[in-house]
Design a binder for this molecule. Structure first.
Ligand code: 13P
Ligand code: SF4
Length: 309
């Protein structure tokens, strides 16, 4: 049954010149039909190079919005219209503009998990894979890092010469893990290195054997000679690694690290979106943005690609 739907998806996407981009937190059967998969940074770079007329994004809203900004002449669709990221909605442009007025010398570094409207008041975007590299590459010393204070505090530790102001935001999924859970997992699997995403709390990050973005964790696990690992990020990553490395064992750090927003998208959402795109009946969730918003919000994404490339 799943294979039949996947076949139909492949047919519809070829017939209608659609490229499917899927974040690594999506289910395995979705990744199997995608043209590009990966973390936020890789998908941004991929989105800027797509040659198809249409993009179907399996992920959350800010990711499809970023793809639209990078490929404004293409029609970009989000497979599930209600899949959003709560972190992206945590801060509004007015609030950040007020801080900028009080702290005129501070450059604003925005995690890519932000709305396009918020990006218009930011100087540079980062992803978890590129944050340290980009902050190090910036000439400015005084920065405001939004919205994730956990990622921000990890970047601050890696870049001690910078003065990074943080606000109280973050990913509710990763931030739910406790240091006690990390200690318990390590005690249960003493030979397994603990690999942790920097969206986790500093107390959890401190216990990690390796700290990395989604792509960083996957690379470390694949290249390491260790035979078992505790995966401290969204549980899909442990699943995908288990498919790709059947000779190794992957344990999840906590059952709490499951993103309900990423899990909203199903294979049927991708299929239904493609049917709608083929009929152009307006049922698929198309990302529509005016040119002025794209031009203003894109500045910090272009800066990210320039400094992170
Ligand atoms: P990365 O894809 O940058 O690792 O971020 C993880 C995440 O939480 C995406 O929403
Ligand atoms: Fe947002 Fe966290 Fe889910 Fe990523 S894992 S989409 S940051 S809520």
């Amino acid at each position: 049954m799943i294979k039949d739907i996947q076949q139909e998806i492949l047919r519809l996407k070829a017939e209608n010149d659609v490229c499917i981009l899927a974040h690594s937190y999506q289910a395995h059967e979705i990744l199997e039909v995608a043209d590009f998969t990966g973390d936020s940074y890789k998908l941004s770079v991929d989105a800027s190079k797509v040659t198809n007329k249409n993009i179907l994004f399996c992920g959350v809203h800010f990711m499809a919005e970023t793809a639209k900004m990078l490929s404004p002449d293409k029609r970009v669709y989000l497979a599930n219209p209600i899949a959003g990221c709560p972190m992206a909605e945590q801060m509004d442009p007015e609030m950040i503009s007020k801080i900028k007025e009080k702290e005129p010398g501070r450059k604003v570094v925005a995690y890519i998990n932000t709305t396009a409207a918020l990006k218009t008041v930011c100087d540079v975007c980062v992803t978890s894979a590129s944050a340290v590299k980009i902050v190090k590459a910036m000439e400015d010393k005084k920065l405001l890092f939004i919205p994730d204070c956990n990622l921000g505090s990890y970047v601050q530790k890696q870049c001690p010469d910078k003065d990074i102001m943080l606000l109280n935001g973050g990913c509710p999924v990763h931030a739910a893990v406790t240091a006690e859970e990390a200690r318990e997992a390590k005690a249960l699997h003493p030979d397994a290195p603990l690999l942790v995403h920097p969206e986790c709390k500093p107390a959890v990050v401190e216990l990690a054997d390796h700290v990395g973005s989604t792509s960083g964790i996957v690379k470390f696990a694949k290249e390491s000679s260790a035979k078992e690992f505790i995966i401290g990020t969204e549980i899909s990553i442990a699943e995908h690694l288990q498919y790709e490395c059947p000779d190794k064992r992957f344990y999840i750090l906590s059952k709490k690290i499951i993103c309900p927003n990423m899990k909203l998208t199903t294979l049927m959402d991708a299929y239904n979106s493609l049917v709608s795109i083929s009929r152009d009946d307006g049922e698929a969730c198309e990302i529509l943005m005016d040119d002025e918003l794209i031009a203003k919000a894109r500045v910090c994404i272009d800066e990210m690609l320039r400094l992170g490339g």
